[in-house]
Design a protein around this ligand. Structure first.
Ligand SMILES: [Zn+2]
Length: 283
């Protein structure tokens, strides 16, 4: 499932062939994904210039010259593929349209953008740019973890007295937007905080230490995604999925990588999701 760094990688991959270019045509091949597409979506996209390509949490936002913004969520299995002529890069031949290619955009840059989603948990919507923050998917979101409004004082205040496990508190999109299961596990590991500890019972100093750690975890992953972008130009044209080594996630039964710790990574289930952690150094 794509998390914030994967979505940011997709955005950066699309940027050079989408931002500033016109959507020459839009082929919307089914009425819905997770939810119905907006009315006349193809007509409302065709002929519009993408004036900015932004990201909020795990949503890609394409501002259009019409004054609307296309909101894209990759869901569980959504993929973006670029084919055609790309400035300064290799040419990817257009693949024949596949069963799960649901939306195809032909850009004036010469690129074709194909949104493929086998499980159809993805979503697209159109909304006036001026009131985008009121869209029902964006309205509940807390601050961006890499933005200025996410800082030590904020996190300490939000978690004060909270009786939920710290892992659940960090997954709450209203506390911080876009943090998912993998990167919360990685951040708690680096902070050496046990995932089951009640958020409100962790010392102020340790809660504050999470802010730069969360930023580092995400920044490292975005950097890994950036390297993958240099490779995709020679490979399939698919954006956003990249090899990234995790320090704790997916390493059940393996030795802890914290220097001086001889613990073994364990896995538990919290709120239906796997948590990986070291019971020895995460306290
Ligand atoms: Zn350890």
């Amino acid at each position: 499932m794509p998390e914030l760094p994967e979505v940011e990688t997709v955005r950066r991959g699309l940027l050079p062939v989408v931002e500033g270019f016109v959507i020459d045509s839009a082929d919307v091949r089914r009425p819905d994904l997770r939810w119905p597409f907006p009315d006349r979506m193809a007509d409302r996209l065709a002929g519009q210039t993408v004036t900015a390509l932004r990201r909020r949490s795990k949503y890609i936002l394409a501002d259009l010259s019409s004054g609307e913004t296309l909101i894209v969520h990759l869901g569980m299995s959504g993929r973006m593929l670029i084919s055609g002529r790309m400035p300064g890069a290799f040419v990817h031949d257009h693949a024949p349209t596949e069963k799960h290619d649901h939306v195809v955009l032909e850009m004036s840059s010469g690129a074709r953008i194909t949104f493929n989603d086998a499980r159809r948990f993805g979503a697209m919507d159109l909304w006036p740019t001026a009131t985008l923050q009121d869209h029902w998917l964006l309205k509940p979101l807390g601050p961006e973890p890499l933005g200025n409004t996410f800082h030590e004082d904020y996190l300490a205040e939000r978690l004060k007295g909270r009786n939920t496990p710290i892992k659940s508190a960090l997954l709450d999109q209203n506390v911080v937007a876009g943090l998912g299961n993998i990167y919360v596990c990685e951040a708690l590991f680096r902070a050496q905080i046990a995932p089951r500890r009640k958020a409100g019972r962790i010392s102020d100093k340790r809660i504050r230490s999470l802010v730069p750690i969360i930023r580092d975890v995400l920044t490292d992953a975005i950097a890994a995604g950036g390297s993958s972008l240099r490779d995709y130009r020679q490979a399939s044209g698919e954006l956003g999925y990249f090899q990234h080594t995790f320090r704790v996630y997916g390493r059940e039964g393996q030795p802890c990588t914290t220097p001086g710790c001889n613990g073994t990574v364990a896995r538990i289930t919290q709120s239906g999701r796997s948590t990986f952690f070291c019971p020895n150094c995460q306290t």
